[in-house]
Each structure stands twice: as C-alpha cells, then as structure tokens.
Design a protein around this ligand. Sequence first.
Ligand code: ADP
Length: 350
Amino acid sequence: MRLRRHDPEPASIESNREDPIWQQRWRRVEEALEVLPVGVVVVESDGSAFVANRRATAPLGDLTGDTLAEVALRRALARARAGDQAEETVDIAGMPPRRVEITAAPLAAGGAVAVIVDASERLRLDAVRRDFVANVNHELRTPIGALTVLAEALTGERDAATVERLAGRIAAEAARARALIDDLLDFARVEAVRQPLHEPVDLAEAVEIAAARTAPRAERRDITVRVQTVPVTVDGDREQLIVAVANLIDNAVKYSEDGASVEVQVIATDDAAEVVVRDRGIGIPARDLDRIFERFYRVDQARDRRTGGTGLGLAIVRHVATNHGGQILVESQEGTGSTFTLRLPRKTGS
Ligand code: ADP
C-alpha cells in the first residue's frame, strides 16, 4: 500500500474532474479531513489508498516504510475490507514511549476506512497517575506505620516519662499524616482547574491572610515575617493564591534558622503583580533547582522528615501560577538563602 495524500483520486472524482461544483465539494472534504484531530485513511476495495490526511502519517512516521504501525494499519484495513471491524494498538518503545490506536471499519460502498489516534499523551498521563498513586501510598504508609509501632510501644507502658515521649511522637506522626492529607486536598483542588480563573483578587489582602495562616509556625520558631504590600488586583482565585503564598512563606520559615527573618513583598509593575518571598535560610543546591517543583521531590529526605514537609508545597504553587497564566521563579544559593517570586499577569486598569 502506498499512501500519498489524496492520490490517486478515485474513479468518481476522476470523471468529475472538470465539474467545478464537484471540485469545490472535494476540496471541502479534503479540508475537513485535515481539520480532524485524528488520522483518516480510506482504501478502495482492492486495498489501494484513496485518501489519507496529514495526521494519518504524522503519528506513524513514514507510512510507506515497514514500521510496526504500518503493518498494523495494513492488517486492520485488510480485516475491514473483508467485512470486520478491526482494532489495533501499537506501542512504540522509546523515550517517551508512544502509542498509536487504529480502528478500521468496512464501508458499504466498498473499501474501508481507518481512524488513527496518537494516544501517547494518554499513555503519559496514565503513567503520571500511577506514579502519583504509588507515591501517595508510600507517603501515607510511613506515618501510619510509625503510629502503629508507637501505639504498640505505648501499650502497657507504665513509666510516665516514656509514656509522655511516645505520646509526643504519636502527635507528631499524626500531624505529619494530616499535613499530607491537607496538601493532597489542596493539590487536587488546584490541579482540577480547567477554566481560566476570573475573579478580581486583592493580592495584598491575600498575602496578609497567607502570612496570618503561617504565623503560628513562625512564632514557634521565633521567626519574624515582614510583609510589605502595595494595592494591586489580579484576575484569579483568591483561595488558591492564599494557599500558594502560604506555601512559599511556610517553606521560607521551615528552611530558616530559629530567630531568623523572612520578607514578603507585593510588587506591581505595568503588566505584572509579583509576590516575592525571601529568606536567609539554608538555600537550595543548584542541581536541585529544576526539580523542586515536582510532586514529592525533596532536596533532603531525612531533613524533611524532621521539618514535616510533604514535598507537595511547590508543586501546588506551580499549579496555581499556571492556573493564573503566571510563573513561579526561584533564585537560591546554598547557605545564603532563597527568593521565590510568584509572578501574575496584572488585571488591566487595576
Ligand atoms: P516540602 O513540603 O518538602 O517543603 P516543597 O514542594 O514545598 O516540599 O519543596 C520541595 C523541596 O524544595 C523541599 O523539600 C526543600 O528541600 C526545598 N525548598 C523549598 N523551599 C525552600 C526554601 N525556602 N529554602 C530551602 N529549601 C527549600
């Protein structure tokens, strides 16, 4: 089978080649085929290709080569020409792996049609979801396992000091499980957004609320959070912006020494509003800077267990930035501190 776009033309078209109305109709069909988000191939009763749109070849590479996908397409069309509906899935190894799904059906007028779908993105999303579920499973099992062990150790314990120590650890592990569940819920909420967000949000007020939410943790560590704002409105979702800024302030506090100070600034330029969160804490190694926004990525697992981090905070911030058509930027140096900037497009006229 040789697939060339719209060639050879079928006999009916051939005989009407000179008819302008026919030509116009045929062009319309050709154009419609190119607009479709799937590949389409139609073959004659003898198996010769009648028409194929550009997408029919795109996900498969060169269809005239002896690729797995071409073999599968040929097989599906042969079955369809014999009168059966046929389905084929072709997995193409590589990085990233790709998948092509082919469905072929017989045509009452003779010949057959095949529809070719590039399912690679769905394959990738499935892998991301499986990975996420495995991570959640692992992350939840850790505190729950610890709680089980601690509860067993507590059973029958008479020594008051030991009971107190164990109870303290149980409270800490329960808090860890709770923090994870809270972050998972925030994550699910910000990830689920499909529509652009369009509520005018007073950014200065959102930042003040975020700072107030994180105040108890800062106070426990004697850390001063200084907030400087200017009045500015952005288009978006108030609660999401509060959650994002609270995560940034929470991190700045978490990764600073006791007694340190953290600065939070709202800045407005002509076309953007920025929330800048600056700390003089432990900083982030250059090699990790690209990865810290990934879900469950932590620079130092052991330290994070002590600080109670879930590894979801910055993934939430990144989603919120994207949902608002904005960006999250980071500058950091180990031992010197970090500056995170949440940049949001500015509502015109605000
Ligand atoms: P976590 O809940 O573990 O803090 P995040 O997604 O918020 O997860 O952050 C990912 C990692 O990035 C953290 O584990 C930490 O190592 C690093 N990180 C984030 N913010 C800071 C900061 N302000 N200073 C130093 N390291 C940070």
